[in-house]
Design a protein around this ligand. Sequence first.
Ligand code: SAM
Length: 200
Amino acid sequence: MDDARSFAPATLRNRDPILDVLREVLPPSGLALEVASGTGEHVMHFARHLPGLAWQPSDPSPAARQSIAAWLAAEALVNVRDPLDLDAAREGWPIARADAITCINMIHISPWAATEGLMRGAAQILASGSPLYVYGPYRRADRPLEPSNETFDHSLRARDPSWGLRELDEVIACAAKYGLRFDRLIEMPANNLSLVFHRL
Ligand SMILES: C[S@@+](CC[C@H](N)C(=O)[O-])C[C@H]1O[C@@H](n2cnc3c(N)ncnc32)[C@H](O)[C@@H]1O
């Protein structure tokens, strides 16, 4: 049998710490859009443990969407929709509204236009008071970058000069420009951060 499921080892390490934060941050019911779902492993895990929410995975990569669809077929979760072809950077997302948005490990592995588009698109489809949850490593003005993140940043920029760890303050300012208020920062394992924004 063909099996297009991909596996990203990091998801097994970070999915439960992220889930703990999502339990606090997401509404108990409604539609949660995941931007940049990648393999689809996160959305399956979150959907299994937060069954009150319907989950909409998405990714602009056809290979990622194939993997998500394969995970969905294997797990048969009734609260996960078929993946959408959603490029955060493009105007006019293929979804009109969501009650929450999650975006894990995209901001540093995409051009800045994807972050700008994430904030613009999130502000367009979230109702006032609804959350945007973002996870990943960041540069912070008040401290040096950790050695592991410095190495990671170099490897990202070597792969694509438009990638790399972003300044936390610039991400927060970008969100504010589109009407997303920064509410909380949560330190996560392996020098990652959870960021929580709410639509004004
Ligand atoms: C490192 S992977 C992270 C995947 C998953 N969220 C995880 O943590 O395992 C980065 C993902 O971002 C997606 N991506 C890159 N540019 C994007 C964009 N402009 N809009 C949405 N997703 C994008 C890629 O296709 C890829 O699946």
